[in-house]
Design a protein around this ligand. Structure first.
Ligand SMILES: NC(=O)c1ccc[n+]([C@@H]2O[C@H](COP(=O)([O-])OP(=O)(O)OC[C@H]3O[C@@H](n4cnc5c(N)ncnc54)[C@H](OP(=O)(O)O)[C@@H]3O)[C@@H](O)[C@H]2O)c1
Length: 264
């Protein structure tokens, strides 16, 4: 029998997803993509009113639950898992998207730029996977595994002139953690992959753009496909990985970067 592309290969109907940092930026693009593919989605944001407004707006697409959370400590991740369980119940797709950066010259790069970045970008994603093991194990099956998708970065692979020392180290760490978890959780029918965005116009990259929104010299000199990332670019890879189409992919590091890594 051939592939069933026309019969729900990319459908997420009946699936439950949690997207950390899903109220804005890449997380919002991801949450909207999952909703459009038919999933019900819970999102987090640090500010309750931002989280609630975003969830209300996205409810026009599909069921979206706001779960405000500041994920700078493992305790907060444990508490988020508890509140998710109470509000939604089971979990099929966990997207660890929330991320924090810090850039500055090495001479004055402060020690305080390390623990917060490592906590949000590496430790909290790990804690969430650990806490959600019962749900992810329950919803994973041999021909339909549950999914963990960690948002890494090209900065964790390629050398970028960002002087974001703790950030690039944290992204390399989440890539490696994803592979380790993929190996350890395969027998529970849980896939774990890292998606590595290149350059998307969000608040995290605002300092690299000028008033017109174009990055200073970055597109021409740095991105082989000569444009910034768009919502469809990130939503497409996430829906693929989360759907039946992505069921056989685990332990992968997938760049979505217009060729920055692949064309080096
Ligand atoms: N934009 C790019 O080109 C690019 C490239 C490579 C990788 N990435 C990665 O993509 C992910 C999303 O970033 P973005 O570009 O969309 O930037 P962004 O708009 O600044 O979003 C950052 C997200 O992380 C959340 N967050 C930050 N600190 C948090 C904390 N302590 N607790 C809970 N949530 C926290 C924010 O939630 P709030 O709503 O509370 O602010 C927000 O949703 C990050 O992991 C980033 O490293 C982005």
């Amino acid at each position: 029998m051939g592939p069933e592309v026309d019969r729900g290969l990319f459908s997420l109907s009946g699936k439950r997803a949690l997207v950390t940092g899903g109220a804005q930026g890449l997380g919002r693009m991801i949450a909207e993509g999952l909703l459009r593919a038919g999933a019900q989605v819970a999102i987090t944001s640090r500010k309750a009113e931002v989280c609630e407004r975003a969830a209300q707006e996205m409810s026009a697409i599909g069921p979206c639950t706001p779960l405000p959370a500041d994920l700078s400590t493992p305790e907060a991740a444990v508490e988020l898992a508890r509140r998710y369980r109470e509000a939604v119940g089971g979990l099929d797709i966990l997207v660890n998207n929330a991320g924090k950066t810090w850039g500055g010259p090495i001479e004055t790069f402060p020690d305080k730029a390390w623990p917060g970045v490592m906590a949000v970008n590496v430790q909290t994603p790990f804690t969430l996977v650990r806490e959600f093991l019962p749900e992810l194990t329950a919803s994973g099956a041999a021909d339909g595994p549950s999914r963990v998708i960690n948002i890494g970065s090209v900065a964790g692979v390629a050398i970028e002139p960002l002087q974001a020392y703790s950030y690039s180290a944290s992204k390399a760490a989440i890539h490696q953690l994803s592979r380790q978890l993929a190996a350890d959780l395969s027998e529970r029918n849980i896939t774990v992959n890292a998606v590595l965005p290149g350059f998307f116009p969000t608040s995290m990259t605002a300092h690299l753009r000028d008033n017109e929104g174009a990055p200073k010299g970055v597109i021409d000199n740095h991105i082989p496909l000569r444009r910034l990332g768009r919502p469809d670019d990130i939503a497409g890879i996430i829906v693929f990985l989360a759907s039946r189409a992505g069921a056989y992919v685990t332990g992968a590091e997938i760049p979505v970067d217009g060729g920055i890594i692949g064309c080096r």
